[in-house]
Design a binder for this molecule. Structure first.
Ligand code: PAF
Length: 282
């Protein structure tokens, strides 16, 4: 596995892979990897010949008072996980290497899709995400990039950016990987206290209650949302930000849910913010 911390070195390694005719797959991450990330590496392996992973905790996507300083990091552990999963290259730049001139003067405006859901609670977050992803795409020029469904609004915005700016990168979505009790895997889960951890699984119970109702024939978006809120109300440690049934394209609430509608939610569990979603299917 090639380890790269500098852009010049990265560029040479990628040129050499391309000169051998390899299709390059990229899995962008902020490190502290778990099985969810590793499943994206597996997916990139299926969709490309040369699997590159970036590890960079992007300061641009954290607002003031958010958890940039608390964000968990363990580079050595990440590298050994990626080595055993067969990644070909890992790029882990310093802040200075990623943004050599300091904060970029030109950033990506994510537009109206970023005004709802997480974007409404985290101003500037998606501009920071899209700016770093655009920069990573510039550095890697990947054929395909794989993102997790857990951050569904992020994935929708990245697809839109690639389309609107003709970036020529295929975007693949990897499914949510869950703990035994259903909690979606997240680097932030280690921040949960012993008391908070079981309560956090209430998010999955909420999603399951909506799925059951949908499978039972309920289609009204508002009724499904009410069922979700009722279930989440059973978990006093969850402090809900939003819970909605939305369209996968517009992220707007649906009047009538159908296969493909997405149940999305975000909640604080103690000081830790968690998000989750489920794509409804028959
Ligand atoms: O999903 C993440 O881990 C980050 O938002 C990403 C896409 C790596 C950009 O920093």
């Amino acid at each position: 596995m090639i380890l790269s911390t500098h852009r010049d070195h990265l560029s040479r390694a990628l040129d050499s892979a391309r000169s051998r005719g390899f299709r390059v797959g990229l899995v962008p991450t902020m490190g502290f990897l778990h099985e969810g990330h590793l499943s994206l590496v597996d997916q990139a392996r299926k969709e490309s010949d040369f699997v590159a992973v970036s590890i960079f905790v992007n300061p641009l996507q954290f607002g003031p008072g958010e958890d940039l300083d608390r964000y968990p990091r363990d580079l050595q552990r990440d590298l050994s996980l990626l080595r055993s999963r067969g990644a070909d290259l890992v790029f882990c730049p310093s802040d200075g290497e990623m943004y050599p001139d300091g904060e970029p003067q030109v950033t990506v405006d994510p537009g109206p899709l970023a005004e709802r859901l997480c974007g409404a609670y985290r101003p500037g977050h998606f501009a920071g995400v899209l700016t770093v992803v655009a920069r990573l795409f510039g550095l890697f020029r990947p054929d395909v990039a794989v993102f997790g469904q857990k951050d569904i609004q992020q994935a929708v915005l990245i697809r839109q950016m690639v389309e609107d700016l003709e970036m020529g990168v295929e975007i693949a979505l990897g499914p949510i990987v869950r703990e035994a009790d259903g909690l979606a895997m997240s680097s932030r889960n280690v921040l949960l206290s012993e008391e908070e951890r079981p309560e956090a699984a209430g998010l999955f119970e909420g999603l399951q209650s909506v799925l059951r109702a949908f499978l039972g024939g309920e289609r009204e978006g508002a009724a499904l949302r009410r069922i979700l809120l009722d279930e989440l109300g059973n978990h006093p440690l969850l402090n809900l930000q939003y819970a909605e049934v939305v369209s996968p394209e517009t992220l707007e609430p649906v009047g009538a849910a159908s296969s493909g509608s997405v149940v999305v939610l975000a909640a604080y569990c103690g000081p830790t913010r968690l998000i989750d979603n489920h794509i409804l299917t028959r």
